[in-house]
Ligand binder design. Sequence first.
Ligand code: MG
Ligand code: ZN
Length: 218
Amino acid sequence: MPLNIPIAENILSANDRLAEENRTRIEAAGLFSINMMASPGAGKTSLIENTLPRLADKVRVAVVDGDIATSLDADRAAAAGAQASIQINTGGQCHLDAVMLHGALDQLDLKQFDLLIVENVGNLVCPADFRLGTHKSVLIASIPEGDDKPYKYPGMYRGVDALVINKIDLLPYIPFKMDFFQRGVEALNPGVITFPLSCRTGEGLDAWIDWLVQNVKR
Ligand code: MG
Ligand code: ZN
């Protein structure tokens, strides 16, 4: 009998199997874990930098940073107080996959942490297709990207568990129609929990931190 499963599907199911294994390890260690996705420059690393000091003394955090090159983001996470930070250089690949996270988990004593933050490669397309095994997917949108992104990147907006809207301090200066943006989100992902905030001014960060802490305690 000819085997005609498309290669892309084979790769994805292999990825899903390993994502399950990652999830089992994360659960066994009692960690809460998130996969942060966004376009380049939306503020993934900035949000991590602004989150870690607010969790200090309460939550022990490990950060896994995915980038095509450099360890700049892992260095920033360490400087902001992450108890551990690991850089994955994808060598050109434009998303993290479960194999890469598996390798990073090997380098961590997971029982030492309460929260695992995975910062995916900046990209609004394929990270949505590669499950990592984390509990929640978080998308960070930002005002300068424009209000049409839910319409242009539906796959990304459809699959996430939480949505951060960063850089709201720029709303007075940029023609961003929040109604239009949120209608697009609502059509793809009704009722998704949303955190409008500004990493620069700190506005809105408390609600985001509360959500993380509640999930860590659960
Ligand atoms: Mg970054
Ligand atoms: Zn990719």
